[in-house]
Design a protein around this ligand. Sequence first.
Ligand SMILES: NC(=O)c1ccc[n+]([C@@H]2O[C@H](COP(=O)([O-])OP(=O)(O)OC[C@H]3O[C@@H](n4cnc5c(N)ncnc54)[C@H](O)[C@@H]3O)[C@@H](O)[C@H]2O)c1
Ligand SMILES: CC(C)=CCC/C(C)=C/C=C/C(C)=C/C=C/C(C)=C/C=C/C=C(C)/C=C/C=C(C)/C=C/C=C(\C)CCC=C(C)C
Length: 602
Amino acid sequence: MALPIFSSQSTFTTTQNFPSSLHKNPNFSVFSSNFQSFQTRNGKLGNLKKRVVENYTLRLNSALSLEKEVGSSGNGGIDNREKSYDAIVIGSGIGGLVAGTQLAVKGAKVLVLEKYVIPGGSSGFYERDGYTFDVGSSVMFGFSDKGNLNLITQALAAVGCEMQVIPDPSTVHFHLPNDLSVRVHREYIDFVTELISKFPHEKEGINKFYSECWKIFNALNSLELKSLEEPLYLFGQFFQKPVECLTLAYYLPQNAGDIARKFIKDPELLSFIDAECFIVSTVNALHTPMINASMVLCDRHFGGINYPVGGVGGIAKSLAKGLLDQGSNILYKANVTNIILQDGKAVGVKLSDGREFFAKTIISNATRWDTFGKLLEKQDLPEEEKNFQNIYVKAPSFLSIHLGVKANVLPPDTDCHHFILENDWDELEKPYGSIFLSIPTVLDSSLAPEGRHILHVFTTSSLEDWQGLPRKEYEAKKELVADGIISRLEKKLFPGLKSSIVFKEIGTPKTHRRYLARDSGTYGPMPRKIPKGLLGMPFNTTAVDGLYCVGDSCFPGQGVIAVAFSGVMCAHRVAADIGLEKRSPILDSALLRTLGWLRTLA
Ligand SMILES: NC(=O)c1ccc[n+]([C@@H]2O[C@H](COP(=O)([O-])OP(=O)(O)OC[C@H]3O[C@@H](n4cnc5c(N)ncnc54)[C@H](O)[C@@H]3O)[C@@H](O)[C@H]2O)c1
Ligand SMILES: CC(C)=CCC/C(C)=C/C=C/C(C)=C/C=C/C(C)=C/C=C/C=C(C)/C=C/C=C(C)/C=C/C=C(\C)CCC=C(C)C
């Protein structure tokens, strides 16, 4: 597979090649032994598959070829006790990979341990019958070539990778109650003009609300983003950009819904703002931090939404390759079951197969619920984590339907991303209430066979809805619920959709729990009640010495660009703690105490 490179003008690829670069990698021989051990397990998994008929399973032959592509380094009989690392990262989601690669370029020796056979977690991919499906997210913020907030581009560039991207002319096309249809155009002026044409009496309110978002976005975009838990950096930024930092500090405890209500009165327009927030935070505007809302409502126009050629999975593949190129390591099929503590400090991890690895620091890309509920010995939950669990609950999981359809079912000029809520605004946050739809083949036709499109359809759904069912009933329920969702799409958007389907695969919350290793298959953290903006969101350090968290249960929360930021912050804090970046122990403890206290106010 050719490694794509970034270009805002698009359409050229390097001749650099994953497998051939792997041959140059010192880990390649180790990789071969890993390949064999997977073949041996192939039979076992085949038997298991008969008992557990889980459609979503990566086909083993395809997993084998993927594994080759992503450069699994295996363990190759390393004496793990002797080999100590600066950092072990549990999980290779985008959060974990960004933390790992950023540390590696700072000179740290990093080991990433991934339970699955390929990197990426929710931002991974899978291949079937000539289709390349994105597992989860496909709306890519932070992937442009300008500003300070293009964190995905920057993370790739840090390890010498560029990806070719395709600019999306619209972020999302909303199909809402009362036939309200709004297309979020790439150009800001086109978007507000369209919105004002639907709500002419709210022209001033619309302009004021979105201008407030721009004020925050511009402040964010002017900063060099690093760890907010590192005082030398934080005070340095305050000194260089006092107005911008004070702007952000002012909005830190605020939510988008309150600010929208200052300017907008029309209840339907406020519901539209709710939908704008819901698609990025799974909660309405009153529960969505204003900083996060501003970030996404503006970056989609500033840098634009850009889709990576070849699919979202290419980002994780490139980062994993970048990590190896920096002399660090990644192991797949490495299921961490325990974080090893010594005198209260995290010093290593234990895998389900008994292997142990040791490092100066441990970074968990598993959710905080998994990290503190499963990976640490049962103990009293640290106060900080109790506080987190008081403020945040697990957002529901989702039902995900990957379809291959005949191309002629889509009208010309169909947008790539859609959000559908047909009749009733009250359904917005209810399970199965609204439908998310991505059609990445509108942008990159190479993801499907000729004459076909991919439809990735998903909707919120809870694990409880799928538990305790005998296998046959579970399978029947999957078909039934998916059929209902597809009928709704057929009625609202694509007449003839059902008869155009040539491929269908359904994932439930159980599937997501199993393959993404996320407690209850959760989409991410969600505030239990109205939050104080981002104030209660924990950063990367934890109450356990040497243990850090990264990913969407850390500041600033859900979203690929959000977890990329958490990776950057985490790497900076860890690097300072292991002596690869400047630090001041006195200021450190003062700042960390102050931030801990601030969170208790949320
Ligand atoms: N449908 C969707 O679009 C969807 C669904 C869920 C999450 N998301 C988004 O995905 C992103 C999540 O990124 P992230 O970096 O937080 O993580 P992630 O959940 O994407 O990845 C975590 C990785 O850690 C691995 N892992 C977990 N526990 C492990 C263990 N014990 N041992 C070894 N490996 C383990 C998992 O296999 C996974 O690959 C966020 O943007 C979130 O909002 C999107
Ligand atoms: C530390 C203190 C007390 C004060 C300091 C003040 C200061 C300097 C504060 C600084 C704050 C900073 C730097 C904050 C930074 C915040 C950032 C970078 C936030 C980023 C948020 C990104 C988000 C929320 C992205 C979300 C993206 C998502 C979830 C995308 C998904 C999109 C979809 C699912 C679209 C829908 C899909 C379809 C198909 C319709």
